[in-house]
Design a protein. Structure first.
Length: 264
C-alpha cells in the first residue's frame, strides 16, 4: 500500500498516468476519500500524471492525535509532493479539499501551476461555526449514521438522488465508513477556517467552481472569493455541493480547458 509518513500520520495515495506529464493532485471533501475522483482520473489520466490522496483521518490515511488546521492540511500536500519528487503541480480540491487549495495558494503558491477550488468558502459566519460544533456533538453521541441522510441531501439535488440511487447509496457507504475521530478532527479545522483576509495574496491561476444549489458553500460566497483572488475565474454548475460527481462531464470539461490554458 503506497504510504507517505508525516508527523506520525500515514498518508495513503495513488498515482496514475505518465510521470513525465503535468501533475494533477486531487484532494477529497469531508467524509469522502480519494474514490470521489474516479471519474476525473478516468478522464485525465491519459494526459496527466495523477496523484490523489486521502486527507487526514479519511479513507486509508490515519488519524493524528493532535488538533490541526488548514495550514497543516496544506503542508501535508507539500510533504507529499516532496516525497514523490514533484516540483510543481495543478491542484484540485472540493469542499475541504477546496479550502486546502486556498491554503496552498496563500502559503505555497510557487509550487503550483494552477489551483481549482470547488464548492468551498474561505471562512464561516458565527452561525455556521455553531453548526460545525453541533454536528460534532451529534457525531460524538451517535456516530455518523444520524447525519447520513442530511449529508446526501446537501451533497446532491433531489433529481440526482432520485435518478441515481445506486450511486448515491455507494457514496453514502463511503461517508459511513469514515473514521469517526478523523471526521470530528476535520470538523474542528473547518470550524476554525479563516482565510478570507488572505485571498488577495494568491497569485496562482485559480479556477473556482460552484454549485447553483449548494447551500453549504453557496455561490454568493464563491463569487465574493472571485473578486478577491486576482485573475481568478468562476464557473457555476447546475448541482448541489459535490459538483464533480453530480455533473462530472461538465466538471471534467472545465478542468481540461483550464489545464490547457495554464500548462501550455
Amino acid at each position: 500500500m503506497p504510504i507517505v509518513k508525516r508527523d506520525g500520520i500515514d498518508f495513503y495515495y495513488e498515482e496514475e498516468g505518465d510521470k513525465g506529464a503535468p501533475t494533477v493532485i486531487f484532494s477529497n471533501s469531508l467524509g469522502a476519500n480519494l474514490r470521489m475522483w474516479d471519474r476525473q482520473v478516468e478522464a485525465l489520466k491519459s494526459q496527466f500524471h495523477i496523484i490523489r490522496y486521502d486527507q487526514r483521518g479519511h479513507g486509508r490515511t490515519t488519524v493524528p492525535t493532535n488538533p490541526f488546521n488548514f495550514d497543516d492540511l496544506s503542508s501535508d500536500v507539500i510533504h507529499l509532493m516532496n516525497a514523490l519528487e514533484v516540483s510543481q503541480a495543478n491542484f484540485v480540491g472540493l469542499s475541504m479539499g477546496g479550502m486546502t487549495a486556498l491554503g496552498l495558494g496563500i502559503l505555497h503558491g510557487s509550487r503550483f501551476k494552477s489551483l481549482t477550488a470547488s464548492n468551498c468558502v474561505a471562512t464561516f459566519s458565527d452561525q455556521a461555526r455553531q453548526v460545525w460544533k453541533d454536528r460534532v456533538t451529534t457525531v460524538v453521541s451517535g456516530g455518523l449514521a444520524p447525519i447520513l441522510d442530511a449529508t446526501m441531501e446537501r451533497w446532491f439535488t433531489k433529481d440526482f438522488i432520485d435518478n441515481n440511487q445506486a450511486e448515491v447509496d455507494g457514496i453514502r457507504n463511503m461517508v459511513s465508513a469514515t473514521e469517526i475521530s478523523g471526521y470530528i478532527a476535520c470538523c474542528g479545522a473547518l470550524e476554525r477556517l479563516n482565510y478570507l483576509s488572505d485571498l488577495s495574496s494568491i497569485n496562482v491561476p485559480t479556477l473556482l467552481i460552484g454549485g447553483r444549489y449548494d447551500v453549504g458553500t453557496p455561490p454568493v460566497e464563491m463569487r465574493k472569493m472571485k473578486t478577491l483572488i486576482s485573475g481568478s475565474r468562476y464557473e457555476e454548475l447546475s448541482t448541489a455541493h459535490v459538483s464533480n460527481i453530480e455533473a462530472y462531464q461538465d466538471y471534467n470539461q472545465l478542468l481540461l480547458a483550464f489545464f490547457d490554458s495554464v500548462n501550455t
